[in-house]
Design a protein around this ligand. Structure first.
Ligand SMILES: Cc1ncc(COP(=O)(O)O)c(C=O)c1O
Length: 460
């Protein structure tokens, strides 16, 4: 076969077309799956009836459990305005601990105005992938601002935080050659990205860098690329990763390190600039900085920041970027304004940290189990029983406090909890009132309802 060197332009074009066709055909087909049912004669119509799907039946059982426990459904409650330290639900004002508006920038008039200005100038959609005709000046302004916040060369901005993890991890890591090691408490978007990639994936025990080191010492040699994925602040427990240790390990084993800063950027560190700021680390020590715009950035979207060569590559190749529309002008405008305010007004992060410290101190004084949360704005109160968490959240709601219960199967039943997101807007009075109410109700529930649990069939 010709190596293509002596072909005419026409012949080269034809060859290229043929190769592209073959590649598309390969991508479009997949091998037949192994048979999943030995019963080829069964009535297959059940597979078209959603009420027969076991997972749909599980959801129905969960609704029944709510009724059995006499609590209102805590999900999909309609918040009728901006949510900061307060919210309005069914016309009633409540103290809110349920939003990621950590530094109060969603609802800040400057951020709102920036979203309006961007929509007015560039429209409500960029109506195309950025690689085609979707590129607008505000995209690059935002990416450069993000890169400057992290002290790295460049950044790429995508339409969703979740999709950022899925598509970037899914694309960079390869089946049959590469290895991903991710913290066992990683967010769903990280795990989905690992699965999509097809690379070998191993969850190392939460924050256990010694175990990570051990695994790498044993098997690093069997793989080409190795990616370690951790989070700045863990979203269920509110603890902060030991970043210096993970940097040491990634260097020792020639691995790439990715840090998801969804809950740390804008919140922790002496300037509120995330885990890099918290430890005083050079931005170039981490290969992929990731965060979402849905939390401190008061918008919607996600970013990866790092070396220019990586960012350029991702911009021309990542499926979730190339085959998806560019972030909307309003979202880019809001995130850009928030990034600038985040840098100019570190007092917001410091106030959020101070509020979290007070919350944690008072909770501990009352004997509440707040897990390993420290120096972050995520504070769990672990009830150790899903039914107790639900009943507690319901009682607090009636007392004017909105906080989300986290139940089995999102966490093991014995780690069921209420998860409090602290913001810079919370007042001392709101925090004192809340802790008193949590302690009062939880003591009562534990005393009077010690034997109330989720049905055994539901918690496995
Ligand atoms: C750690 C982490 N990563 C990624 C995401 C996804 O971000 P988004 O909700 O903005 O899509 C979240 C969302 O809560 C998260 O907690």
């Amino acid at each position: 076969m010709s190596d293509g060197k002596n072909l005419s332009v026409e012949e080269k074009r034809e060859l290229l077309k043929k190769l592209m066709k073959e590649k598309a055909a390969k991508a479009a087909s997949s091998p037949a799956p192994a048979a999943v049912s030995s019963n080829a004669t069964e009535d297959k119509s059940i597979y078209t009836q959603f009420d027969k799907f076991p997972e749909v039946q599980t959801l129905a059982a969960q609704f029944q459990t709510l009724q059995m426990l006499h609590v209102d459904n805590p999900y999909f409650r309609v918040n009728e305005g901006i949510v900061n330290d307060k919210t309005r639900i069914n016309g009633r004002e409540l103290i809110s601990f349920s939003s990621y508006n950590y530094i109060g920038l969603s609802g800040d008039p400057r951020v709102t105005q920036a979203a309006k200005d961007a929509a007015e100038k560039y429209g409500t959609s960029v109506s195309a992938s950025r690689i085609a005709t979707g590129e607008r000046p505000i995209h690059r302004e935002l990416e450069q601002e993000i890169a400057s916040l992290l002290g790295v060369e460049d950044a790429i901005v995508l339409v969703s935080g979740h999709a950022t993890n899925v598509t970037v991890i899914g694309h960079l890591m390869r089946a049959g050659k590469d290895l991903i090691l991710y913290d066992a408490l990683s967010h769903n978007s990280i795990i989905e990205g690992c699965v999509l990639s097809g690379a070998r994936r191993i969850a190392f025990p939460h924050e256990n860098w010694e175990e990570l080191d051990r695994i790498l010492t044993e098997i690093r040699g069997d793989y080409e690329r190795v990616l370690i994925v951790i989070e700045g602040v863990y979203s269920m427990d509110g603890d902060i990763a030991n970043l210096p240790k993970f940097i040491e390990i990634k260097k020792k084993h020639h691995a790439l390190l990715m840090v998801d800063e969804a809950h740390s950027m804008g919140v922790i560190g002496p300037h509120g600039l995330g885990i890099r700021d918290y430890y005083g680390i050079d931005g170039n020590e981490v290969d992929l900085w990731m965060a979402t715009f849905s939390k401190s950035f008061a918008s919607c979207g996600g970013y990866i920041a790092g070396k220019k060569i990586l960012i350029d590559y991702l911009k021309y190749n990542t499926p979730g970027f190339v085959y998806s529309v560019g972030i909307s002008p309003a979202n880019a405008g809001a995130a850009l304004a928030a990034a600038k305010i985040m840098k100019a007004e570190p007092w917001r992060a410091l106030k959020c940290q101070e509020n979290a410290k007070l919350f944690l101190k008072l909770a501990k004084e009352k004997g509440l189990n707040t897990g390993p949360s420290k120096d972050s704005a995520v504070i769990p109160v672990i009830t150790g029983n899903s039914a107790h968490a639900l009943i507690l959240a319901d009682a607090l709601f009636k007392d004017g406090i909105n906080v989300q219960p986290i139940l089995y199967p999102a966490v093991p039943d014995n780690e069921a909890r209420l998860r409090f997101f602290i913001t810079s807007d919370h007042t001392e009075d709101e925090i004192i009132y809340t802790i008193n109410k949590v302690a009062e109700h939880l003591n009562r529930i534990r005393k009077d309802m010690a034997d109330v649990t989720f049905p055994k069939s539901m918690i496995g």
